[in-house]
Ligand binder design. Structure first.
Ligand code: BES
Ligand code: ZN
Ligand code: ZN
Length: 489
C-alpha cells in the first residue's frame, strides 16, 4: 500500500500529485516540481503558508490529472512532524475527494536538512495512518481508503529505502489494529470477545498464546483482578503473548491495562464523557498490537505481553469501597475507591510476570489516571521509572515517533499517601493531588527489583476530534513508541 517510486512526471500518468510547499524556499531538486511550485506562488491565494492549498487540473507540462499543493510554512520551522501531518492531511483530502491513488512528492533531504530514513518514515507513517477509517458500524460507507500511496523519490532512494516502506506499513498496520480495538464499543468487546480477538490475531503471527480464564484466575488467586471483575456479568481473563526469537538474550515484559469498560464501579463515574471509558483498554490494545507488530519486524529480543482484561461495573456482586482483598503477590489491599481499578488489575499482572518470566525490563502501559491528563494534557503521556536510562530511552522513542512522553517524578515519601489503617496498602491516595504519581507509586510496590517503567496514556489514547493523521476515536498510541523502543533497547 505504501511505496517509494521514481516517476517521470512528463511521461507517466498520475491521478493526483501532492506537493508540500515551503513558504520561503524551494525544497525540491526536481525541476518540474520546482516550476509548478513557482507557478502556484504567482497566485494571490497561495504562498506556502501553513494550511494554504491550491489545486491545478490538467497542467499541460505533466501527465497528472490533478496537482495539489499544500503549504507547510517556513523552512526553519519544518520538522518531521510537519511532514508526517502534511502527508496525513494530503491522504485525508484525497479520501474526501473520492480519489483512489496518490503520488506525494518528497522534498530534497539536503534542502530540508532532515535525515533520509526519518523523513521517509515520517511521511509514510502520516499517509499510512491518515488512510485509516473506522466505519465498521456505518451501514453506508461513504468514504473509501486510498488503494495506493506512492512517494515520489529519485531512483537511488527508491532502491536504497524500499525495505523501509514495508517496515512502516507493518507498524501502521499494528497501530490501526490498536485503533480499531479502542474505538470498538464495549458491547462488542466484552473481556471474553476482546481476548479472543487478540488471541486470533496473535496466533496468525505465530506468537505463543495462552489465556487464563476466570476459573484459572481463581485457582491461581489473582485476587485483585477478580475484585475488579466482580461486578460485571462478563468474566475476566488474562492473555499472555510470547515472542521468543532464536538467539535473543534480553527479555522485556509489556503489561497493558485492559478494562473494556470503566464505569467506575460502585464509585460510579459521572455521565459526562462516560462513553469514552470504552477506551480504558488502550494499554492492552497497544501491548497486543505491539507484539503482533514485532512478530513481523522480528527484532532479536524476547518480548512477552501480559494483558489482564476485565469490565468494571457496579452491581450487587461488585466490590465495595472499604473492601479488603488479597493480591496475587500476597499483599492485602484496601479498596479506597472502586474507580482506581486499573492499578489493581495491573499489579496482579505485574507480580505474575515478574515471578514467571523474571524479565530484564518490565514496562506497563495504561490509561491509568485523569490526573495525568490534568498534568500533561491530552497529547503527552507520562513516564514513571526509577531507572533514568529506561525513562530516557522511552522519551527518545517518543520524540522519534511523535508519540510524546514526559518523565514524571516518583518521590519515595509520597508512598505515605497510600497507607491503609486496615490493610497493607490502599489503592487510593489520601490526598486529591498528584494522582498520577501516587498511582505509579502503587504499581512500584509490586515490581520487586525488576527494571520497570510505567507509561500513563490516559491523555493521548483517544481523541474526540480528528487530527492530521488520525480519525476521532482510538489513536493507537504506544504501538509506534514501543516498536521503536524494542528495536533499539
Ligand atoms: N480509567 C480511569 C482514568 C482515565 C481518566 C482514563 C480519564 C482516561 C481518561 C481510571 O481508572 C480512573 O478512574 N482513575 C481515577 C483514580 C482515582 C479514583 C484515584 C481518576 O483518575 O480519577
Ligand atoms: Zn477507573
Ligand atoms: Zn480505568
Amino acid at each position: 500500500m505504501l511505496h517509494l517510486k521514481s516517476v517521470n512526471l512528463e511521461k507517466e500518468k498520475v491521478e493526483t500529485l501532492v506537493i508540500p510547499v515551503c513558504e520561503d524556499k524551494n525544497i525540491y531538486d526536481d525541476r518540474m516540481i520546482a516550476s509548478i511550485v513557482k507557478k502556484a506562488r504567482k497566485l494571490k491565494e497561495f504562498s506556502g503558508k501553513k494550511d494554504d492549498e491550491v489545486i491545478f487540473y490538467n497542467l499541460p507540462e505533466t501527465q497528472a490529472t490533478r496537482v495539489m499543493l499544500l503549504g507547510i510554512g517556513k523552512l526553519e520551522k519544518i520538522d518531521l512532524e510537519t511532514m508526517r501531518a502534511t502527508a496525513g492531511k494530503a491522504v485525508k483530502k484525497c479520501i474526501k475527494s473520492k480519489i483512489s491513488k496518490v503520488l506525494i512528492a518528497v522534498p530534497s533531504i539536503k534542502k530540508v536538512k532532515l535525515d533520509t530514513a526519518s523523513l521517509l518514515t515520517a511521511m509514510m507513517e502520516g499517509a499510512g495512518l491518515g488512510n485509516h477509517l473506522f466505519d465498521k458500524y456505518k451501514k453506508e460507507k461513504k468514504l473509501k481508503p486510498l488503494q495506493k500511496i506512492l512517494f515520489l523519490v529519485n531512483p537511488d532512494t527508491e532502491k536504497a529505502y524500499g525495505k523501509l516502506a514495508s517496515r512502516v506499513a507493518t507498524v501502521c498496520g499494528g497501530t490501526v489494529t490498536a485503533r480499531d480495538w479502542v474505538s470498538m464499543p464495549s458491547n462488542d468487546k466484552t473481556p471474553e470477545r476482546f481476548t479472543k480477538a487478540i488471541a486470533t490475531l496473535a496466533r496468525k503471527e505465530n506468537l505463543k498464546v495462552s489465556v487464563l480464564n476466570e476459573r484459572e484466575l481463581k485457582k491461581k488467586k489473582f485476587g485483585a483482578i477478580l475484585a475488579v471483575a466482580a461486578g460485571s456479568q462478563n468474566k475476566p481473563s488474562m492473555v499472555v503473548l510470547e515472542y521468543t526469537p532464536k538467539g535473543a538474550k534480553k527479555s522485556v515484559v509489556l503489561v497493558g491495562k485492559g478494562v473494556t469498560f470503566d464505569s467506575g464501579g460502585i464509585n460510579l463515574k459521572p455521565s459526562a464523557g462516560l462513553d469514552e471509558m470504552k477506551a480504558d483498554m488502550s494499554g492492552a490494545a497497544a501491548v497486543a498490537a505491539t507484539l503482533i507488530t514485532i512478530a513481523k519486524l522480528k527484532p532479536k529480543i524476547n518480548v512477552v505481553g501480559v494483558i489482564p482484561v476485565v469490565e468494571n461495573m457496579p452491581s450487587g456482586s461488585a466490590s465495595r469501597p472499604g473492601d479488603i482483598i488479597k493480591s496475587y503477590e500476597g499483599k492485602t489491599i484496601e479498596i479506597g475507591n472502586t474507580d482506581a481499578e486499573g492499578r489493581l488489575i495491573l499489579i496482579d499482572a505485574i507480580s505474575y510476570a515478574v515471578k514467571k518470566y523474571k524479565p530484564d525490563t518490565l514496562i506497563d502501559v495504561a490509561t491509568l489516571t485523569g490526573a495525568c491528563v490534568v498534568a500533561l494534557g491530552e497529547r503527552i503521556a507520562g513516564v514513571f521509572s526509577f531507572d533514568n536510562a529506561l525513562a530516557d530511552a522511552i522519551v527518545l522513542s517518543g520524540e522519534k515517533t511523535h508519540e510524546r512522553c514526559w518523565k514524571m517524578p516518583l518521590p519515595e515519601d509520597y508512598k505515605e499517601l497510600l497507607k491503609s489503617d486496615f490493610a497493607d496498602i490502599n489503592n487510593m491516595s489520601s490526598t486529591r493531588y498528584g494522582g498520577a504519581i501516587t498511582a505509579a507509586l502503587f504499581l512500584s510496590e509490586f515490581v520487586g527489583d525488576t527494571r520497570w517503567a510505567h507509561i500513563d496514556i490516559a491523555g493521548p489514547a483517544y481523541i474526540k476530534k480528528e487530527s492530521a493523521y488520525c480519525s476521532a476515536g482510538g489513536t493507537g498510541f504506544g504501538v509506534r513508541l514501543l516498536s521503536d523502543l524494542l528495536e533499539n533497547l
